[in-house]
Design a protein around this ligand. Structure first.
Ligand code: ATP
Ligand code: MG
Length: 140
């Protein structure tokens, strides 16, 4: 398996409850290395661009409101098969369907306020990393 990079967000429901460190620990225990990280507060428009793929979905406005409601922590994670590994550690979108031990099982509040985002493929990871980080900020 190849070393990959993926993009991760610790969402407002998690930063608000002081879960940043607990979530980073889950990534590190899973063999993912945090090679870039910063805390930012998105505007609703910036959140809308990021989640543009969902613009026709009924939850889009609610999602953009939520993602811009409070600070988030954006990260680049690196490791073996990082995209799939991160999705495993995150668990299913809906916490009621997430496996034991996953971040969403332990921490998510609902299908919307589900604590973390993770890229779903290497090509989307590259686009998402470039939206938030410059090359100089990526210290592998
Ligand atoms: P993410 O892209 O945030 O990693 P995901 O890939 O598991 O999550 P997507 O289908 O891409 O799930 O949905 C993006 C986000 O939109 C979800 O993480 C969640 O916050 C929100 N969302 C998805 N479905 C719903 C829904 N039915 N109601 C409210 N919010 C939803
Ligand atoms: Mg997604």
């Amino acid at each position: 398996m190849a070393i990959q990079r993926t993009f991760s967000i610790i969402k407002p429901d998690a930063t608000r409850r002081n879960l940043t460190g607990a979530i980073v620990a889950k990534f590190e225990e899973a063999g993912l290395r945090v090679i870039a990280q910063k805390r930012i507060h998105l505007t609703k428009m910036q959140a809308g661009v990021f989640y543009g793929v969902h613009s026709e979905r009924p939850f889009y406005d609610e999602l953009c409101e939520f993602m811009s409601s409070e600070p988030i922590v954006v990260q680049v994670l690196e490791g073996e098969n990082a995209v799939a590994r991160n999705r495993e550690v995150m668990g299913a979108t809906n916490p009621s369907e997430a496996s034991e031990g996953t971040i969403r099982k332990e921490f998510a509040l609902s299908i919307g306020e589900n604590s973390v985002h993770g890229s779903d493929a290497t090509d989307t990871a590259a686009v998402e990393i470039a939206y938030f980080f410059s090359g100089l900020e990526l210290v592998g």
